[in-house]
Design a protein around this ligand. Structure first.
Ligand code: ATP
Ligand code: MG
Ligand code: FE
Length: 354
C-alpha cells in the first residue's frame, strides 16, 4: 500500500508518502516539512490562530510537493492518514478536513492518527523495531515513558505533572534571553560551561512512580539567575550547563526505574530496546546519559534520525500504514481531538470508528 500522511497538529505543516519495498521494509518515498517557526518568532511561542491560518495556506502545496517528490499522483495512493489529535484544534481541523476531502473525492479509506502514536511507532519505520519496546517521548508538549506493546496497545507509565522537558528548555532560554527555539540555544550556551557550578534540584529523583516534574527546576534556575545577576556570558554558560545536567540526571533516574519495570514484565527478552523521540532527543548531553543508563540496564538505545524525531508527515503516514494493514480504517466523520491520551488509542474496534 501507498499511504499519504498529513501532520498539522502544532507548528509544522507536513505531508509524506510511505510505502513498503518488495521485502516488506517500510520506505519513505517523500517527507515534506514546512516549519512555521518564522511565522511565530515575533510572538515568542506558537500562536494557535496564526498556526491554523498558515496550515490552511501551505497544506495544499505541501501535499502536492510530497506527491511530486515521490513521483506519483493521487491515483497511486491507497489511503490517506492525518493527525487527528492531540494538538491545536485549528491545525488539526485543517489537516483532517483536507485528508478527508481527498479520501472522499478519491473513494479512499481515511485514517485518524493519534500524533503520539506517530512518535511511538517511528522506530519501527526507521529501525524495523519489533514489539514490545520502551519509548521515551521528550518534546515541546510531551514528556512520557510509554510501553509500546503492539499497534494500538500502549501503556503510559509516566508523564510530566507540570512542564514538558522541551518547554523547560524553552522557558530557560527565554529567562536567559537566549532566543527561540530554546533547546538548541541552551545546549549551545552550555557548551564549555561548568555543569557543577550551580546546585540545582533533581525533581522526582528516587520516586517510585515514573512521573516527571520540571517546574521546580525552572524556578530554581530563575532564582540562581537572580542571585548571580548581572549575568556574564560565563555565568549563562554555567547556568545552562547546570540546568542541562539536572535534566539529564532526572531522565536517567526515571529511565533506570522504567528499565527495571520492563525487565520484571518481560523477563524473557534478553536485550530489550528503548527508543527515544521528540525534539529534545537532539540534545547530546541527554542522549549520552540515556545511552549510559540503557547500557547499564542491558538495553539497546534506538534514536531515529532527528528529522524523524521531531514532527513530520512520515511518522503519520507510517502509523497509517500499520493501521491500514490491520484493517483499522476510520469513518469520515471521526472528530478531531485536542486532547487524546495515547492509552485511549488502545484496542481499537476493527473497521469502525473509534
Ligand atoms: P509536540 O510534538 O509534543 O506537540 P513540539 O512540536 O513542540 O511538541 P518537537 O517539535 O518534537 O515538539 O520538539 C521541539 C522541542 O524540542 C522544543 O521545546 C525545543 O526547545 C526542544 N529541543 C530542540 N532541540 C533541542 C536541544 N538540542 N536540546 C534540548 N531541547 C531541544
Ligand atoms: Mg514542533
Ligand atoms: Fe510531536
Amino acid at each position: 500500500p501507498v499511504i499519504l500522511g498529513i501532520e498539522t497538529s502544532c507548528d509544522e505543516t507536513a505531508a509524506a508518502i510511505v510505502t513498503r519495498d518488495a521485502s516488506g521494509m517500510p520506505v519513505i518515498r517523500s517527507n515534506i516539512i514546512y516549519s512555521q517557526i518564522d511565522d511565530h518568532a515575533a510572538f515568542g511561542g506558537v500562536v494557535p490562530e496564526i498556526a491554523a491560518r498558515a496550515h490552511a495556506e501551505a497544506l495544499d502545496g505541501i501535499v502536492s510537493a510530497a506527491l511530486d517528490a515521490a513521483g506519483i499522483d493521487l491515483s497511486a495512493v491507497s489511503c490517506v492518514a492525518a493527525t487527528s489529535g492531540p494538538g491545536l484544534i485549528g491545525g488539526l481541523i485543517v489537516g483532517s478536513v483536507t485528508a478527508r476531502a481527498i479520501a472522499h473525492g478519491r473513494g479512499l479509506p481515511f485514517i485518524a492518527v493519534n500524533h503520539l502514536e506517530g512518535h511511538a511507532l517511528t522506530p519501527r519505520l526507521t529501525d524495523a523495531l519489533a514489539y514490545p519496546y520502551l519509548m521515551l517521548l521528550v518534546s515541546g508538549g510531551h514528556t512520557q515513558i510509554v510501553l509500546v506493546r503492539g499497534l494500538g496497545a500502549y501503556e503510559r507509565w509516566g508523564t510530566t505533572i507540570d512542564d514538558a522537558l522541551g518547554e523547560a528548555f524553552d522557558k530557560t532560554a527565554k529567562l536567559l534571553e537566549l532566543g527561540s527555539p530554546g533547546g538548541p540555544k541552551v545546549e549551545a550556551a552550555a557548551r564549555g560551561g561548568d555543569p557543577k557550578r550551580f546546585a540545582l534540584p533533581r525533581p522526582t529523583r528516587g520516586e517510585t512512580r515514573l512521573d516527571f516534574s520540571f517546574s521546580g527546576l525552572k524556578t530554581a534556575v530563575r532564582q540562581a539567575a537572580l542571585k548571580a545577576a548581572p549575568l556574564s556570558a560565563v555565568d549563562v554558560g554555567d547556568l545552562c550547563a547546570s540546568f542541562q545536567m539536572a535534566c539529564a540526571d532526572v531522565i536517567a533516574d526515571r529511565m533506570m526505574r522504567a528499565f527495571a519495570r520492563f525487565r520484571a514484565e518481560y523477563s524473557d527478552i534478553a536485550v530489550p530496546t528503548v527508543a527515544v523521540a521528540g525534539g529534545v532527543a537532539a540534545n547530546e548531553t541527554i542522549r549520552q546519559r540515556l545511552d549510559e543508563a540503557a547500557r547499564k540496564a542491558g538495553f539497546t538505545l534506538v534514536a531515529p534520525p532527528l528529522r524523524l524525531c521531531t514532527d513530520n508527515g512520515a511518522m503519520i503516514a507510517y502509523a497509517g500504514l500499520e493501521r491500514f494493514e490491520a484493517g483499522l480504517v476510520d469513518r469520515l466523520d471521526t472528530p478531531v481531538r485536542s486532547r487524546w491520551p495515547l492509552d485511549e488509542t488502545a484496542a481499537p474496534l476493527v473497521g469502525s470508528g473509534r
